[in-house]
Design a binder for this molecule. Sequence first.
Ligand code: ADP
Ligand code: ZN
Ligand code: MG
Length: 481
Amino acid sequence: MDRYEAVIGLEVHAHLQTLTKAFCGCSTRFGDPPNSNTCPVCLGLPGALPILNKRALELALRASLAIGCTIQNRSRFARKNYFYPDLPKGYQISMYELPLALEGELEIETGGEKKRIGITRLHMEDDAGKSLHEGFPDSDRWSYIDFNRSGVPLIEIVSEPDLRAPADAYAYLTALKQILEYTEVSDCNMEEGSLRCDANVSVRLRGASKLGTKAEVKNLNSFRYLAHALEYEIERQIGVLESGGTVTQETRLWNVAAGRTEPMRSKEFAHDYRYFPDPDLLPVSVSDSTIADVRRDMPELPSAKRTRFQTEYGVSAYDAGVLTDTRALANYFEAAARAGAPAKSAASWISVELLRRLNDAGKDIAECPVEPAALAELLAKVEKGEITAASGKKVFATMFDTGKRAAEIIAAEGLAQITDTSAIEKIAREVVAKSPDNAAKYRAGNEGVFKFFVGQVMRETRGQANPQAVNEILKRVLAGE
Ligand code: ADP
Ligand code: ZN
Ligand code: MG
């Protein structure tokens, strides 16, 4: 295995988040009754004429700039001809020789190393319908077709063969998905098929400059399948070469149940599709001023946000990564900071306490029962020493479970921090008196038992004693003062 190197290029398809389809006014809503969102255009009826959805174009332009591509002033839709029952026109409308945008790049990080992955092109196309072979009456004898998805707008983003391992591919898809979500270009819902990925993979001897023959693995609709399919395929190809064979250029499928890739068809080439410009659609012309508008309306991208969080709020690179994972989480953090939460402690409370509880509750940040301002109130109390950090965690748990504010919980549960030194001293004396052996050890120079006493005092005060006061008082008491 070590003698070989894998080469991977991804073709990613994403549904654009439009209300209506690419070339007609039908709804794109997922999950509607089969064939309820159809019309002569998306059913491919003779004589029907497509008209490009302006919003779809705007979103595709936004995606292009977000991944650093150069938008072409002139692009064109082509017909990609092939037969399939769920493709009623007999062709897919796609861009071919004049794509919407060219030559972008994406930065990924794997194993602590940063890499730039080239993007060859971004183009627009329409989706096909969906063939259903199960879950319907007589589906052992009949197949069904749902055309609701027919004509839903897609972008396809093709990467250069710059990825070198399944982990690279995983990181690339993660970064791309994050950008498409941030920019609201696509909801990237993989279960609903809004984000799909084909992986091209070849292997070559390490150090070789020529690329090996690739196989394309189709329709990987989850991150896990992508990684598993690539691992399998890399090993398979190395096996073929090591046993003296040659890799066949072909299209393969990931068989989830069997955990292997399987041949699906021999590789099709561009000429098989008889591409030609779609005579029903005008060329797409995008002016420089339109491009400037798209650039102006671009939301802040994940990488810019990560950098800004570090410089503006002083959070670590790691925390900045966690906090900017989604735009909603980043907004939550900023709202808490704006409401007066100390930024660094907000960062760590959100990335540890809040995310853990959301995760346990199976909730999204949008459903978080603790408002950013309520978190800010709690953190201010911890900061001011009104409650200890340990109590803060308990209060936070109750806030999360009940939606109550911090002040109410602190009062009801008597969690206010004990700063009364005489109360702490009384407890410290009791604790020391109860463990004369340990006290003797301490006096004989065993510093380690000091922690034991601190723990005892904290236990007696249910974690509410001011830790600094406990330390000072215990030292005095143990010294026999
Ligand atoms: P095709 O004409 O077969 O569709 P393309 O040149 O359009 O091939 O490339 C499709 C995808 O395959 C791209 O993402 C590209 O980076 C990737 N790719 C091309 N050649 C190789 C190779 N030898 N090994 C792995 N990936 C490759
Ligand atoms: Zn329609
Ligand atoms: Mg191709």
